[in-house]
Design a protein around this ligand. Structure first.
Ligand SMILES: [Zn+2]
Length: 173
C-alpha cells in the first residue's frame, strides 16, 4: 500500500490503543506497535497497485515525502481531538505501521543492517498481494482508503476524562 494508507492506519491503531490508557502508557504503546505491525500485513494483503508505475528508487523517494505529508495531515486532523495520552501511542502506531517498508528503503540506500531489514520486511510482506488494476485507479483507491482510515481515527479520537463519542451520542439531550 502507499505510505499515506499505512500512516493513516497507524494513527487509527494508536487512537484505538489509547483506550487502554488506564493500563499505563507502556501498555498503550505495546498495543499500538502490535496493531501497527498487524495493520501493515493486513493492508498489504488487500490487492493493490501502490507505486507499481515507478522505479523502486523513485517510489522510495515519493513514499518518504508522502509519509511526511501524511504525518502532517494526521497532526492537523487529530491535534484538537486527542489528549496528551494519545501522542505516544499514535506515534508508535504510525512508526510500527510504516516499519516493514523500511526494507525497500534499505534496498536503495546504504542503511546499516540492510540484509536483516530486508529479511524482517519479507516476514511482514508474506501476504502481499498486487492487483492488475490501472495504477492511477489503484493509487486513487489507496488515497481514498487513507482518508477513510483517518476519518475513522478522528471519530474514535478521545481525551482522558471525556465520555467516548459513541456513549455521548447515545445520551439523550
Ligand atoms: Zn509493505
Amino acid at each position: 500500500m502507499i505510505a499515506s494508507a499505512h500512516v493513516a492506519a497507524g494513527a487509527l491503531v494508536g487512537v484505538i490503543a489509547t483506550r487502554a490508557w488506564s493500563a499505563g502508557t507502556a501498555v498503550c504503546i505495546a498495543i499500538a506497535i502490535l496493531l501497527g505491525l498487524g495493520s501493515h500485513m493486513v493492508m498489504d494483503a488487500i490487492p493493490h497497485s501502490e507505486y507499481m508505475f515507478m522505479s523502486l528508487d523513485h517510489a522510495v523517494q515519493v513514499a518518504i515525502v508522502e509519509a511526511i505529508l501524511a504525518c502532517g495531515i494526521v497532526w492537523l486532523v487529530l491535534r484538537r481531538r486527542v489528549g496528551r495520552e494519545s501522542i505516544l501511542p499514535v506515534v508508535a502506531g504510525i512508526v510500527a505501521a510504516m516499519l516493514p517498508d523500511l526494507q525497500f528503503v534499505s534496498q536503495v540506500t546504504a542503511l546499516p543492517a540492510a540484509t536483516e531489514l530486508s529479511n524482517a520486511g519479507d516476514v511482514f510482506h508474506i501476504l502481499h498481494a498486487n492487483t492488475k488494476a490501472p495504477p492511477n485507479a489503484g493509487a486513487i483507491g489507496e488515497l481514498a482508503l487513507a482518508a477513510l482510515l483517518l476519518f475513522v481515527a478522528a471519530r474514535f479520537a478521545w481525551r482522558r476524562g471525556e465520555p467516548t463519542p459513541i456513549k455521548a451520542e447515545a445520551t439523550p439531550s
